[in-house]
Design a protein around this ligand. Structure first.
Ligand code: C2E
Ligand code: CA
Ligand code: CA
Length: 695
C-alpha cells in the first residue's frame, strides 16, 4: 500500500486540467471522474458524488473497479482500460449499469476520453449521464402504451385521434368489424371521406362546436351496415394544450332498440299495435294545429264495435283479442297513409281524417269502413259477424278543441248505437243541446240530495192469481227547480257515470227500507210485503254497500227476505270480480236477487244458473206484445217454465190491460205490476191505496 503522502504527490502530478475541472465542478447533473494510468481516482466532481454516493475524499486514490464497477464487470473493465492505455483501443461510449456506494445499480450513459499529460502519463476521464429518469420515463411510456392497448382492447368503443381540422391520426378498435370501412381507410382522412354525407356533416358541426366551446360534446347517428342499421353515439373532446381531438364512438344499437321499445310501449297499443289513446289524442291536437294553419277541415271518427262484450264473454278473451287485431287491420286498410287509426281502449277506436273537403268525403270513408265490417271475420275456422257503430265530428263546425271533438264524436256514436247499431251518425246541433242538458243535469244533481229534491215513488206488485198486493218496487223521482221533473231514464245513467249514484242509491235504500217498515206496521203486521230496490252497476263497486244494507235491516228489524235487489245484466257484464262475491254475500244474508229487464239485453240463461237469483222480471216490451203477438206470448211461456224449473219466481212488468193480466194468469206468471193497477205513487198514496185495496 502506498502511503497517503505518496498518493497526494502522485495526484498532484496528474492534475493538470484545472480550467476543465473548474467547468466540471460547476455542473453537478453530470458525473465526471478522472483516473490515472492505474485507474486511480484523480478527479471526482460533485455530480459523481450525487450519482454514486462517494464523496470526493472517499473516492480519491481508489481504483475505478473498486468503486463503481460491479464485480462481474471488473475484469472486463480492467482489460479494456489496459488495451486503451497500451494499444490505443478506445472504449466506446455506451449505456452501462454501474454500482453506487450503497450497492444499488444505476444506469448511465458513459463516455470516455483519454489524454496524455505533460508528464507523459495517460489520464482517462469518464463522463456519466444518469439514465434512471430516462429509463423511468421510458418504462412509464411503455406501461402507458400497454395499459391503453389493454383498455382499448377491453372496451368495445372506437377511438379516433384527430387533428383539429378533423384529419384522423390514429384509431383503436377492439373489433375492427365494427368499423364502417377498412381501418386503413381512416388514417390521414377526414370523416367526410369515409362516412355518408349526413353523418360526416354531423361530425364537422360538432368538431367546430367542441373547438369553439372547449368542452366535451356528444351526438348520435345511424349507419346502415351490411349486418343492419347500427346506432352510434360519438363523444368528442379537445386534448388540452394540443391541437388534437379525441373521438370516442360507441355502438348504442341495443340501447336504442330498448329505448324504442319503451317509446313504443308508451305510445302504442300492444295488442293491435295501433297508436294508443295517448298518442292518438296527441296526433289529434297536432292535426288541429295544422288544420287551423292551412284552413282545412278534418274529421274525428269514434268507433265502437257492436256487442263486442258478448263475444268476449261467450267465445273467450283470446277470440276477442284476435277480433280486435283483425278489426284494427281492416280499419287501417281503408285509410290513407296520412290518416290515423288509434285504439282508445277496449273496443273503442278513433280515426282522424286530415284535410277532408266536406262532410261528403268523411261520409264516403265512414260508409267504406262500415261496409268493410259486413264481411264476416274468420277466426279459428269460425265465421264471426262483427259490426261497428261510428260517430263523426267535423272540425271546425263541431268543435275546435280535442276535448270538444272527442266528446261530440262520442255523442254521435251513441246516437248511432241508438239507431240500432251497424251504422253511423254525424254530430248535429241537436246533439249539442243534449250535451248541454246533460251537463246541466250533472251540475244540478250534485247538490240535489242536500236540497231534498229526490223522492221515492212506489209501484205496487200483485199476485197474478189472487190479485193480492205482495209488495212494491221503489222508483226514484227527481224534481229540480230549474229542470223541472227529470225522468230516472235520463238522470240514472248520468248519476251512474258520475258516481253520484252511490250516495243517491244509499238514500233510496234508506227510504225504501224505512217505508217498508212503516207499511208493514200500518197493516198491523198482518201482511208481509216485499220491497224491490233497483241497484246500478256502479253501486257494486261501493265496498260499503253491504254493511250499509245490513245496518238498515237490523235498525228497522226487517227480514232480509223482504228486501229484493233488482239488477240488470249490465251489472254482471261490468266484469268486476267483486260482483260475484257481493252477489253471493247478498244471497247468503237471505236478501232476494232479481234479474231486471229480462229479454232486453243479452238475456243469458247461464247468468240465471250461475248467480243466486230468486226472481226474474220480464221486460215490459214483451208484455206489450203478448196479446197481439203469439211469438211474444210463447216466449213468455217459455221464460216462465224455464224460470220455474230453476226455482225462480217470475214478475211481469208494465201490465197495462185486463187482457194482459188474464193471459199472464194462463202463462203461469207469478207476480205483476203495471199501470193497469197503479202507476208508481208517493209513499202516503201507497199506504192509502193498499189499505183501501184490502177492503
Ligand atoms: P225499471 O226498473 O224497469 O222500472 C220500471 C219502469 O217502468 C218505471 O219507470 C215505471 O214507471 C215504468 N212502468 C211501470 N209500469 C208501467 C206500465 O204499465 N207501462 C209503462 N209504459 N211503464 C210502466 P221509471 O220509474 O221511469 O224508471 C225507469 C228506470 O229508471 C227503471 O226501470 C230503473 O232502471 C231506473 N230507476 C228508477 N229508480 C231507480 C233507483 O232508485 N235506482 C236505480 N239504480 N235505478 C232506478
Ligand atoms: Ca226495476
Ligand atoms: Ca224493469
Amino acid at each position: 500500500m502506498e502511503s497517503e503522502q505518496n498518493i497526494n504527490k502522485l495526484i498532484h502530478q496528474y492534475v493538470i486540467n484545472d480550467p476543465l475541472h473548474q467547468l466540471f465542478d460547476a455542473i453537478d447533473v453530470i458525473s465526471v471522474q478522472g483516473y490515472d494510468q492505474n485507474r486511480r481516482v484523480i478527479y471526482w466532481n460533485k455530480g459523481s458524488e450525487q450519482l454514486y454516493g462517494f464523496t470526493e475524499e472517499e473516492a480519491k486514490g481508489k481504483r475505478l473497479e473498486d468503486l463503481i464497477i460491479p464485480a462481474p464487470m471488473r475484469e472486463v473493465v480492467i482489460n479494456a482500460h489496459s488495451n486503451w492505455v497500451n494499444d490505443g483501443i478506445e472504449i466506446p461510449a455506451s449505456e452501462i449499469t454501474l454500482q453506487c456506494k450503497n450497492g444499488t445499480s444505476v444506469s448511465v450513459f458513459s463516455s470516455h476520453v483519454m489524454f496524455t499529460n505533460q508528464y507523459n502519463t495517460k489520464q482517462m476521464y469518464c463522463i456519466d449521464i444518469d439514465l434512471s429518469d430516462v429509463k423511468k420515463a421510458q418504462a412509464d411510456a411503455s406501461f402507458n402504451e400497454h395499459m391503453l392497448k389493454t383498455i382499448f382492447g377491453a372496451i368495445p368503443d372506437l377511438f379516433f385521434l384527430m387533428e383539429n381540422d378533423g384529419t384522423i391520426l390514429q384509431y383503436h378498435a377492439s373489433n375492427e368489424t365494427d368499423l364502417y370501412t377498412e381501418p386503413k381507410q381512416f388514417i390521414g382522412k377526414k370523416m367526410g371521406d369515409v362516412l355518408p354525407a349526413d353523418v360526416a356533416k354531423k361530425f364537422e358541426t360538432y368538431i367546430s362546436l367542441v373547438l369553439e366551446k372547449e368542452e366535451m360534446m356528444n351526438f348520435k347517428y345511424e349507419l346502415s351496415m351490411p349486418h343492419g342499421d347500427v346506432f352510434f353515439e360519438a363523444r368528442i373532446n379537445k386534448i388540452a394544450k394540443h391541437n388534437q381531438l379525441i373521438v370516442i364512438i360507441r355502438d348504442i344499437t341495443e340501447q336504442h332498440k330498448s329505448d324504442e321499445l319503451i317509446r313504443h310501449q308508451a305510445y302504442y297499443d300492444s295488442l293491435t299495435l295501433l297508436p294508443n289513446r295517448f298518442l292518438s289524442l296527441d296526433r289529434l291536437s297536432q292535426l288541429l294545429i295544422e288544420a287551423q294553419r292551412n284552413n282545412e277541415k278534418a274529421a274525428v271518427l269514434f268507433l265502437d264495435l257492436d256487442d263486442f262484450k258478448k263475444i268476449n264473454d261467450s267465445l273467450g278473451h283470446e277470440t276477442g283479442d284476435k277480433l280486435l287485431i283483425d278489426s284494427a287491420q281492416r280499419l287501417q286498410h281503408e285509410l290513407r297513409k296520412e290518416d290515423t287509426v288509434g285504439r282508445l281502449g277496449g273496443d273503442e277506436f278513433i280515426i282522424l281524417l286530415r284535410d277532408i273537403k266536406d262532410h261528403h268525403s268523411a261520409l264516403r270513408i265512414t260508409e267504406k269502413l262500415l261496409n268493410n265490417f259486413r264481411t264476416p271475420f274468420k277466426i279459428e275456422n269460425r265465421e264471426l259477424v262483427l259490426t261497428t257503430s261510428i260517430g263523426v265530428a267535423i272540425y271546425p263546425e263541431n268543435g275546435t278543441t280535442v276535448s270538444d271533438l272527442l266528446r261530440n264524436a262520442d255523442t254521435a256514436m251513441y246516437q248511432a248505437k241508438s239507431y240500432g247499431r251497424n251504422t253511423y251518425s254525424f254530430f248535429t246541433k241537436k246533439m249539442n243541446a243534449i250535451i248541454q242538458r246533460r251537463l246541466l243535469i250533472e251540475d244540478q244533481m250534485r247538490s240535489a240530495l242536500e236540497r231534498h229534491e229526490f223522492e221515492l215513488y212506489y209501484q205496487p206488485q200483485f199476485d197474478v192469481k189472487s190479485e193480492a198486493i205482495v209488495g212494491a218496487e221503489a222508483l226514484l223521482r227527481w224534481h229540480n227547480p230549474i229542470l223541472g221533473n227529470v225522468t230516472p231514464d235520463e238522470f240514472i245513467p248520468i248519476a251512474e257515470n258520475t258516481g253520484l249514484i252511490v250516495p243517491i242509491g244509499k238514500f233510496v235504500m234508506n227510504q225504501a227500507v224505512h217505508f217498508l217498515n212503516t207499511w208493514q206496521c200500518s197493516s198491523k203486521c198482518k201482511h208481509k210485503y216485499t220491497m224491490a230496490v233497483n241497484l246500478s252497476p256502479r253501486q257494486f263497486r261501493d265496498v260499503g254497500l253491504l254493511s250499509f244494507i245490513q245496518n238498515l235491516l237490523s235498525e228497522t228489524n226487517i227480514d232480509p227476505e223482504r228486501l229484493e235487489l233488482e239488477i240488470t245484466e249490465g251489472v254482471l257484464m261490468s266484469c268486476h270480480t267483486n260482483v260475484v262475491d257481493l252477489l253471493t254475500e247478498i244471497a247468503a244474508l237471505g236478501i232476494n236477487l232479481s234479474m231486471d229487464d229480462f229479454g232486453t239485453g243479452y238475456s243469458s240463461l247461464s247468468y240465471l244458473r250461475e248467480y243466486p237469483f230468486n226472481v226474474l222480471k220480464i221486460d215490459r216490451s214483451f208484455i206489450d206484445g203478448i196479446i197481439l203477438n203469439s211469438e211474444d206470448s210463447n216466449l213468455v211461456r217459455a221464460i216462465v217454465a224455464m224460470s220455474h224449473s230453476l226455482g225462480l219466481k217470475v214478475v211481469a212488468e208494465g201490465v197495462e190491460t185486463q187482457e194482459q193480466h188474464n193471459l199472464l194468469k194462463e202463462l203461469d206468471c207469478d207476480f205483476m205490476q203495471g199501470f193497469y193497477f197503479s202507476k208508481p205513487i208517493p209513499a202516503a198514496e201507497l199506504l192509502k191505496y193498499s189499505s183501501e185495496y184490502l177492503k
